[in-house]
Design a protein around this ligand. Sequence first.
Ligand code: FES
Length: 171
Amino acid sequence: MAENKTAVREDQKEVDHEKLEALGQFIDALDGRDGVLIEVLHHAQGLFGYLPRDVQLFIARKLDIPGAEVFGVVSFYTFFTMKPPGKNSISVCMGTACFVRGAEKIANSIKERLGIASGETTDDGLFDYKDVRCVGACGLAPVVTVNDKVYGRVTEDDIEKILDSCRDKKE
Ligand code: FES
């Protein structure tokens, strides 16, 4: 097998071997059950934050299925991502209270400024974005979260300030 373990491709960093081992143990514990691919992919994405190519190939080998099958499933479902998460994770709550108070407009404006769709990461790796369900702060609708911080009653005018505060952050 002529695999270069240290190669770093554009879409991924070198895979963390401890996490890979944990994933291997998870798969082994499934004891050869059929129809576990989605479950395994969810677990892998929970571990790695995304599904890099090497992880997909590892899963294919462990489950003894073609890599193309794993890739097909990962590409089909929008909740799986092959891109690493950004340094800053932005979400807009699309729950009912936020939705009626203009969350969709806020979400569209953020996605447009970042040039990405929900579930994607910007090319510079600074932001990822996703729509989420109610985050339990309905009284503050519409709600935007950035990492662990919650911004309430967000208007379109606030968006650039919120993005700038992330851009200004030094690591
Ligand atoms: S609906 Fe947005 S926080 Fe509840």
